[in-house]
Design a protein around this ligand. Sequence first.
Ligand code: AMP
Length: 229
Amino acid sequence: MYFNLVMIGPPGAGKGTQAERICRAYGISKIATGDILREAVHDKTPLGQKVKETIAAGSLVSDEIMIGVVRERLARPDALRGFILDGFPRTVAQARALDEMMEGRGPIIAVVMSVPMPELVRRLGVRRVCADCGATYGGPGSITESTGAGRCTKCGGLLVQREDDNVDVIRQRLRVFTEATEPLVQYYQGRPTFASIDGLQPPDKVTADLRAHIEAAMAVSRAGGRAET
Ligand code: AMP
């Protein structure tokens, strides 16, 4: 089954964890714009140099740059068989651009994961990432794995705090989400393929809800195209 899933939610809502699970369950490519940018920063590419400071400050990279990155990524063969977008769109302008890119590619299934602010602050404060492979720990679903010796269970790399997971930057990123990204909920919510999912539930229940919504949204779109983007 192929589908185009867009995951919206504040930092710490569990988008990355859930996107990974959905990717494994359905064999559909996960595209996380934060990962693409961090890799570019790490590799010191021209893109990385342009976005480094913006990421460190917890602000949004420009729509122009992000739309270009995603347009290029969605044109690759694996993404033609559907995709799971984690972290894009983050503004209404990005959502409009994505709709244009989707012409002839089937409907978008949009989900927003909601989690109360104090819990987001808590989760981001304890989150650690592997310095080598980028795997995330301490977020929903991986708390037990992170309590080991501070090493990645996948590759043995050192677990570190993401530069933008410090208290000041966390607050800025949550502010940015409220101002720029929350309006996306209004943008998508009239569509039959939209759902809001309670991200405070246990991770397995969140995954089950997501899967149930994906199956239902696909049935709606097969039933008569009412789910067209
Ligand atoms: P994330 O890993 O999704 O939390 O993204 C990390 C950072 O990358 C964000 O705080 C932004 O600075 C930048 N970023 C990622 N995706 C986008 C996007 N769609 N639009 C603007 N900035 C983005």
